[in-house]
Ligand binder design. Structure first.
Ligand code: ADP
Ligand code: MG
Length: 399
């Protein structure tokens, strides 16, 4: 159902060719009065190569891609990845590792340990990388007490009731929105604030790292002809700017909620030139709905994010961001070879028709040659020129 445009076109032409083939057969008979010559045109019909070569190219590419942990949900998406010229990235977990280290803890009126425990308890159900990192931070013992009404607030943090106390854990915007006064962190970097019963309880400094190979991956995408690389994030402006400038993003928008990310993508879609293709790449934590708004949604390393696997059109199981340019070059080589394949088989058949009509070859040779061309087209379609070499990726990640 999700055929590529090239596949659709090939089928369309194949259908259009039928009356011409029949017409040419009739005309040849009228002109030559030779049934064998007329029949050789009918033999060498063009439809089979068109109808078979393209879907086989696409199917074999999808199968081949799956060997490299890339799931493409249809020929249409294979083509879209190849054509994507604006790529929009989520930040946390996509271009950064999403594994935060707790660097410092600044409690107001309790011990550092207590503040960490409260934060980890409130975060006990969140799938956000920050939540995972807080839970996994050293010495953290989540409270045994009753934890109720845990709520994930996209781009902000979480809210929960612990032993009857209402706790907010999240960024400055979360506290601001609920009118809670807080102290501005004295150190630069990302701070996670905690409030208990609407009273500020302190903050925890955390640090994330840009993924290995992110710079190379983005440069590679540019070299492949991607015109615009954009980063959207819910994180604060200062953190977003640091990442964006070290990776040379063309545009960055920070402090966005999920709806803000969707609006930004829709704005970019409304501004783009016709025929241009916009891809959104995310890790699936809180950004799966954005994927359905872009021309093509790509989930990166979203092995356990079922909503992302569901929403995305292409799923890259590897967390390695270098899988993205590799996947794009795979898709390009498939669409290129598929196009060539169609041209070659049509040219070969045209020659056969001419030879048949002029009686250079008889009908049996025409039939045999026709089958050979078809077999060659199918064999060629199944043998994609894959530049996606797993060994290379492994080698680079070791380095
Ligand atoms: P990104 O867009 O970079 O992937 P998110 O939108 O997931 O980031 O989150 C944006 C910001 O919201 C985070 O930097 C953090 O400050 C805050 N945040 C979101 N979820 C949580 C959470 N579970 N715990 C604490 N803070 C959170
Ligand atoms: Mg994210």
């Amino acid at each position: 159902k999700l055929k590529s445009e090239l596949e659709g076109k090939a089928e369309h032409y194949a259908d259009k060719l039928v009356p011409w083939t029949l017409g040419a057969t009739g005309l040849t008979y009228l002109l030559t009065r030779n049934v064998t010559k007329a029949m050789s045109i009918l033999m060498v019909d063009f439809c089979c190569a068109l109808k078979l070569a393209m879907p086989i190219s696409v199917l074999s590419a999808i199968r081949e891609a799956s060997l490299y942990n890339v799931t493409v949900k249809g020929g249409k998406f294979l083509e879209a990845v190849a054509e994507a010229d604006t790529i929009v990235f989520d930040k946390t977990g996509t271009v950064t590792e999403g594994r935060f280290a707790v660097t410092e803890v600044f409690p107001e009126s309790m011990s550092e340990q207590e503040l960490l425990n409260i934060a980890a308890t409130a975060e006990s159900c969140s799938r956000h990388p920050i939540a995972r990192s807080l839970r996994e931070a050293g010495n953290v013992k989540p409270s045994d007490g009753e934890v109720l009404e845990i709520e994930d607030i996209s781009g902000r943090g979480v809210s929960a009731f612990i032993d009857g106390h209402h706790v907010y854990v999240g960024n400055a915007a979360l506290l601001e929105e609920h009118g809670i006064n807080f102290s501005v962190p004295s150190r630069p970097g990302a701070a996670i604030h905690v409030a208990v019963d609407n009273v500020y309880a302190g903050h925890i400094m955390i640090a994330d790292r840009i993924k290995d190979g992110a710079f190379d991956a983005l440069e590679e995408l540019r070299a492949q002809g991607v015109k615009s690389l954009v980063m959207l994030t819910g994180d604060v402006r200062s953190a977003a700017k640091t990442v964006a400038s070290s990776l040379n993003f063309d545009m960055v928008k920070a402090e966005l909620t999920l709806d803000g990310k969707i609006t930004a993508v829709e704005y970019m879609l409304s501004k783009k030139a016709t025929g241009a293709c916009l891809a959104f790449v995310g890790d699936g934590v809180g950004d799966a709905p954005v994927m359905t708004h872009a021309d093509i949604g790509i989930a990166l390393g979203a092995v356990n994010e079922y909503s992302a696997i569901d929403a995305a059109d292409v799923v890259l199981m590897d967390e390695d961001i270098r899988a993205l340019p590799e996947a794009r070059s795979l898709c390009r080589s498939v669409t290129d070879t598929a196009g060539q394949n169609i041209l070659l088989s049509l040219a070969a058949k045209a020659i056969l028709v001419v030879l048949g009509v002029f009686g250079v070859i008889n009908i049996w040779i025409a039939a045999l040659a026709e089958l050979c061309v078809l077999a060659a087209a199918i064999a060629n379609a199944g043998k994609n020129d894959i530049k996606f070499e797993k060994e290379n990726i492994d080698e680079r990640s070791v380095q």
